[in-house]
Design a protein around this ligand. Structure first.
Ligand SMILES: Cc1ncc(COP(=O)(O)O)c(C=O)c1O
Length: 378
């Protein structure tokens, strides 16, 4: 993709990069001010100890109570993270042994596979199909399979699908029956549109459930590297032991900024979400006019489109970047079940998204016709 973008640039095309799901909005100004002030406070210069994380743990617990009605003990059931991605990699080291089975969604966020490889677990992928609303069919997992953990993520990357509380209750019951830890990766918790509000998996009970929250998307703080884990006290304690060998918690100034962010009124988060909603509204009709199949997302910062006849999404994405300057994520990058789809990250203003769709529509589509796609060497 990088080479294709360079060739497009050399041909004089402006690049429209919709391939990376990093928010282009700024964190709330009061959060930035809190961090600025903290950098001038010498008390923040030393290594943060676990006891220093108490204000952020309390803010996380207050957020979970206010937003989801979930009561967690900030002393034993909450742990700050250097982002959800860091948290997941260390959590797998903490709660699995090499050779254990981990159920991962397909398609799914690609770093899940890296985290699984580091932990040496045996990955079994559960397909997320459009006809099931991109929810896994857990009853189809053979009774003999007793995974150590099941990883879910709703609102979902890349499909933008959402799950209701009834689904999380079923998933938690399924996990408890098989002795499986339910890990819910929840970075898009507040990036929801219209009246829709995402539930927490912790509403299905704390036992055997751990959830990873992040301020990267909800507060546009991806570069700050901060989030938190909450849930099952045993899993949180195991994660704390692994992290204790690896890191010293986020910088205290970032902890203060994150604690302030978690306590901001809901309207602040709604304003950011509304920006992504307007982008969604701009892109949907354009994609449908191209004949692409796409569900209107209720949450997340992605549109997941099935391109009729598409056989090789990697070859298509490379070609599209090269000849149109529009960079998308090929569905297959997220797993076999993602083939035939492409993912748009809604990280540009509405007019730019419309222009991207127009450029894609004008592309000669020889690589889309069934049976004629060349396999990519990428
Ligand atoms: C599903 C999912 N989990 C985790 C992350 C990374 O979150 P963080 O920045 O908190 O590490 C992302 C980022 O795109 C994501 O889509």
């Amino acid at each position: 993709m990088d080479a294709a973008k360079s060739r497009a640039r050399a041909a004089g095309l402006g690049i429209i990069d919709l391939s990376i799901g990093s928010s282009d909005l700024a964190p709330p100004p009061e959060v930035l001010e809190e961090l600025r002030a903290a950098t001038h406070d010498p008390a923040t210069y030393r290594y943060p100890l676990f006891s220093d994380t108490a204000p952020l743990r309390a803010a996380a617990a207050a957020y979970l109570a206010r937003r989801f009605g979930v009561e967690v003990d900030p002393g034993t059931e909450v742990l700050p993270l250097i982002g959800a991605q860091e948290g997941l990699a260390h959590l797998l080291l903490a709660v699995t042994d090499p050779g254990d089975t981990l159920l991962l969604p397909d398609p799914g966020y690609p770093p899940y596979l890296g985290a699984a490889a580091l932990a040496g677990v045996n990955v079994v992928r559960v397909p997320l199909r459009p006809e099931r609303g991109f929810l896994p069919d857990l009853d189809a997992v053979p009774a003999g399979v007793r995974p150590r953990a099941l990883l879910l993520n709703y609102p979902n990357n890349p499909t933008s699908a959402v799950a209701d509380l009834a689904f999380f209750r079923r998933a938690a019951a399924w996990c408890r029956a098989r002795g499986t830890l339910l890990i819910h990766d929840h970075p898009y918790a507040e990036l929801t549109f219209g009246e829709y509000r995402a539930p927490s998996a912790l509403q299905a009970g704390m036992e055997g459930v751990i959830e990873l929250h992040s301020l990267s998307k909800t507060h546009h703080m991806g570069g700050f590297r901060v989030g938190f884990a909450a849930g099952d006290a045993g899993a949180v304690a195991a994660l704390a032991r692994v992290k204790g060998a690896v890191d010293f918690h986020p910088y205290l100034g970032i902890q203060r900024a994150a604690a302030l962010a978690l306590g901001l009124p809901e309207e602040v988060g709604r304003r950011g979400a509304a920006v992504f909603e307007a982008r969604r509204d701009a892109l949907m009709p354009e994609l449908r006019a191209l004949g692409w199949e796409v569900q209107t997302p209720q949450a997340s910062m992605y549109a997941w489109a099935r391109v009729p006849g598409l056989r090789d999404s990697v070859a298509y994405a490379v070609r599209a970047a090269e000849v149109t300057g529009v960079a998308l994520s090929p569905g297959r990058a997220f797993g076999e079940a993602g083939e035939g789809f492409v993912r748009f990250a809604l990280v540009q203003p509405p007019g730019v998204l419309r222009e991207a769709a127009r450029r894609l529509g004008g592309m000669r589509d020889e690589s889309l016709r069934p049976g004629t796609a060349q396999r990519s060497s990428a």
